[in-house]
Each structure stands twice: as structure tokens, then as C-alpha cells.
Design a protein around this ligand. Structure first.
Ligand SMILES: Nc1ncnc2c1ncn2[C@@H]1O[C@H](COP(=O)(O)OP(=O)(O)O)[C@@H](O)[C@H]1O
Ligand SMILES: [Mg+2]
Length: 410
């Protein structure tokens, strides 16, 4: 950054007029770059936000790929992507416009500066101008020296403004990064190892639970759930139902409040033992690459036929090309959404859970399949298993003993 000042001093040594030209045009470049940079920051921010939301959309839709195909929702999803891509195009064009504008401003001032020096030197050498140098007129050598210096005077200023632009782009994502870092790391309690079941009746009590997710604060009403109770968690999308299920499973640690399970605090020590008593039915069915049998038993001992019967999925498995030996992939390998959902229920039942956490078990299912899943859940509850279902399904919620409202008007 000392170079422009050295060049400025050299210019003044040869001719004060050239020095004055440098002194006036030079600072204009950073000033205008700062102005343009502010606009660039906002445009980059909007563009980055759009990139982020398109990414989120993609991940979400990929997770729900099976359901999307089955529901015939592909055209709608494609339209959503088209709209997102169009918004991204507009934002990207806005960023490019600012970038081109700033280069234009930069080159314009640099060109004007160099041109003014050239014009001055030219007319001075022709003897038309009689000011600007000290006494004696400019020599040809001095004039050429000044002309060669001029572009180099503006070069570091250009570099500076390029750096300014990089800074604007960095600042655009810095706030997102800060938000992301501010999110408490989603600490899974416990080691995730197999552990002996926690002793005692499977009671659940939560008090003053609160945490931040995606920059949003979530807080929950206090709840007490007795062993064997059937509870529906209802609330609008994004209210935090899934998050609550994860909290209750110790898959996420709250920032405030306490969860007690089977009479003990849910902590790193008790979480594995607690999870050994839990069944989990995720919203998006997920399978490991392997046979249906492997996916249901996860190589644990138990009564598979009983689990298949309770989940009313025996015929589904029997109808598969190779029955229990049929290979499944991540996306379910040819299972319908309803079949996949019922297999995850069978998987949960197979683990002989004392508490089943089910996330939207009937979402996106047709009436008949939803009824089958609901009766499977109730059959499990009849064996004494506590049932906690996050749901939008009023029929399912009505089949529970109690409804707990999460978020919204609660
Ligand atoms: N993995 C995550 N990272 C950051 N934020 C999340 C994550 N999962 C959910 N959230 C946010 O937490 C809030 C509650 O989400 P969630 O528990 O999934 O609600 P629900 O299941 O009631 O629809 C939402 O604002 C959501 O955007
Ligand atoms: Mg959810």
C-alpha cells in the first residue's frame, strides 16, 4: 500500500500538476468501490440465501423421494425447483450487475486519470501549457517517466478494490456461519453403544425445555407421561415436534431444562440405557443396504413373525420377490411408501420397546394404509408400550389418550 504514495511523491518531484491529478482521481476509486461494495454485499447476501434455501430444498426432497414418487408429486416438486432456480438466476444476475458496474467505475476512473496525465504531458511538451512544473518545462524523459508511472499508480487501488469485493462476498456468508455456529452443537447424549436397559417404569417428565434450532428459539410446555400412556404431539409444521422426539430420545441435548426418564435424569450416562428401551419410527423411512430381514432385526434376537403380525405387514413381506431375503436399498428398493412406513413400524416393534416415538407415522398415507399403521401402533400400545406420536392426523390423535400442543397457540 506504500506504492501509490511513492509514485505520488515521484510525480510531484517531476510536476505538481500530475501530482494533483493523481491526488484527485486516486481516492475516488476506493470511495466509489466502497459505495458499490455496499450494494454488492446485499446482493451477495441475497444470492447466498437463495443458494442455501435451494440446497435445503434439495436435501429435503431427496429424503422424501420415495413418498414423492408414490404420491405422484414429482411435477409439483419439479416446479418448486424451477421456481427456486429462477430466483437464483435473478439473484446471480444482480450480483453480476454489481460486479460489472464496479469494474466499469474502476476502469473509468483509472482511464480518466491516465488520460489526463497523457494530455497534460503532451501539451506541456508541445509548449502549449506553461504551468505544472517547477520553472523549467517538462523534459521528454520526464514526460515519458510520468506516463509510465501513471498506470502503476492505479494498479494497487484496483487490487484494493478486488480485495474489497472478496470481503463483501465473505461478509455475506459470515452472518450465516455465525448463526450456524451459535446453534448448540447437536450433541447426542451417550456413546450410541448397545447398553443394558435402564431399570424402572418408563415414565417421562420434562421441565422447562428450550433450545435454538436454525437460529430459532424453541420452548416446550412441561410434560409428564406415565408408562403405557398414549400421547399425541400436535402443532403446526416447524413447531418443534420432531425436535421434541429427538430430545426425548437423547439424540439432542436441550440448552435449558431437564428431562427425566424412568425416574433418572436423561444424561450421557443414562441415554444409551434409555434408548435400549425406545422404538423409533422416523418420518422418512430409511433402510440399510441389505435384506428385509437384516433391516428389521438389525441382527438382534427376537420374534420377527410376531412383529410382522402386529405391524400387519406379514403379507407385504410374503409378496416380495424373495420374501425376507429381498434386498433393500436406502430408498426402500421398490417398496411403496406405505409398505416402507409399515416396515419401519415392524422394525420398531421387533425391538420390544417400552416407549415408541413415532414421527408423523401416517403422513402422506392413503386412508386404508393410515388405518393399518394406526391399528399397528395401538396393538403395540396394548402390550403396555408407551406411545408418543407427533402427528397432523386427527384420526390418529383422537385414538390417543391425550393430546399435547406444541408451539403455535399453545
Ligand atoms: N437439523 C436442524 N438444524 C437446524 N434447524 C432445524 C433442524 N431441524 C429442525 N430445525 C428447525 O427447528 C424448528 C422445529 O423443527 P421440527 O422439530 O422439525 O418441527 P416439526 O416436526 O414440528 O415440523 C424448525 O424451525 C426447523 O427449521
Ligand atoms: Mg416434524
Amino acid at each position: 500500500m506504500v506504492l501509490p504514495f511513492v509514485i505520488l511523491a515521484l510525480a510531484f518531484w517531476q510536476s505538481w500538476a500530475v501530482g494533483v491529478v493523481f491526488m484527485i482521481t486516486g481516492p475516488l476509486i476506493p470511495v466509489f468501490m466502497a459505495l458499490v461494495g455496499m450494494a454488492a454485499k446485499e446482493a451477495s447476501q441475497r444470492q447466498m440465501a437463495e443458494v442455501g434455501s435451494l440446497n435445503d430444498l434439495l436435501i429435503e426432497r431427496l429424503q422424501a423421494l420415495v413418498d414423492i414418487r408414490l404420491l405422484g408429486a414429482a411435477p409439483g416438486v419439479a416446479q418448486g425447483f424451477a421456481a427456486g432456480a429462477e430466483r437464483l438466476r435473478v439473484q446471480t444476475m444482480a450480483v453480476l450487475r454489481v460486479a460489472f458496474l464496479s469494474s466499469a467505475v474502476l476502469e473509468l476512473f483509472a482511464a480518466i486519470g491516465v488520460a489526463m496525465v497523457a494530455v497534460y504531458v503532451g501539451f506541456d511538451l508541445l509548449g502549449v501549457l506553461h504551468f505544472g512544473s517547477y520553472g523549467a518545462p517538462l523534459t521528454p524523459e520526464g514526460g515519458i517517466f510520468l506516463l509510465l508511472l501513471a498506470p502503476d499508480f492505479y494498479q494497487p487501488l484496483r487490487d484494493l478494490s478486488a480485495a474489497w469485493h472478496d470481503k463483501a462476498a465473505a461478509l455475506a456468508v459470515a452472518s450465516d456461519l455465525a448463526l450456524w455456529q451459535a446453534d448448540a452443537a447437536p450433541a447426542v447424549l451417550g456413546a450410541g453403544d448397545a447398553a443394558a436397559r435402564l431399570a424402572g417404569p418408563a415414565t417421562i417428565a420434562a421441565r422447562g425445555l428450550a433450545l435454538h434450532r436454525g437460529g430459532r428459539g424453541l420452548s416446550y410446555p412441561d410434560l409428564t407421561i406415565a408408562a403405557g400412556e398414549r400421547v399425541a404431539l400436535v402443532g403446526p409444521s416447524g413447531a418443534g415436534k420432531t425436535t421434541l422426539l429427538r430430545l426425548l430420545a437423547g439424540l439432542l441435548a436441550p440448552e435449558a431444562g431437564e428431562i427425566r426418564v424412568a425416574g433418572q435424569a436423561l444424561s450421557a450416562e443414562t441415554a444409551d440405557g434409555w434408548r435400549a428401551r425406545l422404538g423409533w419410527m422416523p418420518q422418512a423411512p430409511y433402510f440399510l443396504t441389505g435384506s428385509v430381514r437384516h433391516n428389521l432385526t438389525l441382527e438382534r434376537p427376537g420374534d420377527l413373525a410376531a412383529a410382522l403380525g402386529m405391524a400387519a405387514v406379514g403379507e407385504v413381506v410374503a409378496a416380495l420377490p424373495h420374501g425376507l431375503q429381498t434386498q433393500l436399498g436406502e430408498a426402500g428398493g421398490g417398496l411403496s411408501g406405505g409398505e416402507a412406513r409399515r416396515l419401519t413400524l415392524a422394525r420398531a416393534i421387533f425391538g420390544r420397546p417400552d416407549v415408541l416415538l413415532a414421527d408423523e407415522p401416517t403422513a402422506d398415507l392413503d386412508h386404508e394404509t393410515a388405518r393399518l399403521v394406526t391399528s399397528g401402533l395401538l396393538a403395540l400400545a396394548d402390550t403396555g408400550c408407551t406411545l408418543i406420536v407427533a402427528t397432523h392426523d386427527e384420526t390418529l390423535a383422537a385414538a390417543m389418550d391425550r393430546v399435547i400442543r406444541i408451539g403455535g397457540a399453545a
